[in-house]
Design a protein around this ligand. Structure first.
Ligand code: G6P
Length: 368
């Protein structure tokens, strides 16, 4: 039962472990073995997607990070320009709306005040349509949107969002493929990515099997006050989400940077008191990332690297490598999120914080 902790010590841990199942549930009925079932996204979906020339994503918190990952996907696979902004900024500034823009709100609860306010404004501002990615049926966001893709995460009790995020990513990737189909994505490429999506629940399970090792690593963060999270490309938002998890529940200051920005400031902070966490799937950027890691190590920084086992990143003095099974580059952000969730969870448990109810935070911010 989803509102019972069962065998788990905290809801957060239970929800982390539910991810293989709920990611699968979010795929169900929306994919064949090799393609996206567009009609499952709504009867009007095909007409609507045919005419979209730009996507504006709006969200807050963890949902905003899901939107940031989606921007990489939408521009790479669909070739459609995409902007992402936090709702609290978007709603209070003037904006230029491109013709035929789809307004895409992402929200676990569907009740976040800023996200709803941005949507209500958008309706008057002349967007083509509003699409919601949401976890709560019947929420305000769902009721007020033209098209809805429900995530199937089930109730999320832990204030720090985990399974909502990975199911949002799953829904966003399916949406991206549907949009990409209207914009010239080759059927073979669609089939390749759909096959990769089908592998995700099993890959998340493989990462969960590393829990004990990650718990060991977490001890190194116990007495630290600051940390840096690095990622490149679509793993940059994964690093942001990893940093958010750590600050939310362990109260350790964590900052995320795109690895390429290291020399433009954060390197000045690196010393043995500043652990640096990095996500390194095996893509075109891995060589560049390795030289960033070298820069950190040369300054005495201690590195914690979650790397593809084929990426050639090895544990040595000052570098702790946790090997992640090889995954497709497109689905990597979903899989690499999970070890960072486990890391923050174990650090928080060691520090004895209230993991499910971190101080000063609410599950849903329904007032400004
Ligand atoms: C709060 C929660 C976060 C969540 C954010 C956005 O800050 O603590 O976990 O990501 O709100 O909420 P939403 O329901 O709109 O996704």
């Amino acid at each position: 039962d989803s509102v019972d902790k069962g065998e788990y010590r905290h809801f957060m841990l239970k929800e982390i472990y539910e991810q293989p199942r709920v990611v699968k549930a979010t795929m169900e009925g929306r994919l064949t073995d090799s393609s996206v079932l567009e009609q499952a996204l709504g009867t009007d979906a095909a007409d609507l997607l045919e005419n979209v020339r730009h996507v504006q994503i709006i969200a807050c918190g963890t949902s905003y990070h899901a939107g940031m990952v989606a921007r990489y996907w939408i521009e790479e696979l669909a070739g459609v320009p995409c902007s992402v902004e936090v709702a609290s900024e978007y709603r209070y500034r003037k904006h230029v709306i491109q013709p035929d823009t789809l307004f895409l709100c992402i929200s676990q609860s569907g009740e976040t005040a800023d996200t709803l306010a941005a949507l209500r404004q958008a309706k008057e501002a002349g967007f083509r349509a509003a699409l919601a990615i949401c976890n709560v049926p019947g929420s305000s966001l769902v009721r007020e949107s033209d098209l809805v893709i429900m995530t199937q995460a089930g109730p999320e009790i832990g204030v720090a969002s985990t399974k909502a995020f990975t199911t949002q990513l799953t829904a966003l990737l399916i949406f991206t493929l549907a949009l990409a189909r209207h914009n010239g994505l080759a059927p073979e490429k669609e089939a390749e990515i759909v096959k990769a999506i089908h592998l995700v629940p099993g890959q998340v399970n493989d990462v969960l099997a590393l829990d004990g090792e990650i718990e060991e690593l977490s001890k190194a963060f116990m007495d630290k006050n600051h940390s840096l999270f690095l990622g490149r490309g679509s793993q940059f938002p994964v690093a942001m989400e990893g940093a958010l998890k750590l600050k939310e529940i362990s109260y350790i200051h964590a900052e995320a940077y795109p690895a390429g920005e290291l020399k433009h400031g954060p390197l000045a902070l690196v010393d043995s008191e500043m652990p640096v966490v990095t996500v390194a799937p095996n893509n075109d950027l891995v060589e560049k990332l390795k030289s960033n890691l070298e820069e950190v190590r040369a300054r005495g920084g201690e590195l914690f690297v979650f790397a593809d086992k084929e990426a050639g990143v090895k544990s040595e003095e000052g570098i702790h490598v946790m090997q992640i099974p090889s995954v497709h580059e497109i689905t990597a952000p979903i899989v690499y999120t999970v070890p960072l969730q486990l890391l923050s969870y174990h650090v928080a448990v060691l520090k004895g914080t209230d993991v499910d109810q971190p101080r000063n935070l609410a599950k849903s911010v329904t007032v400004e």
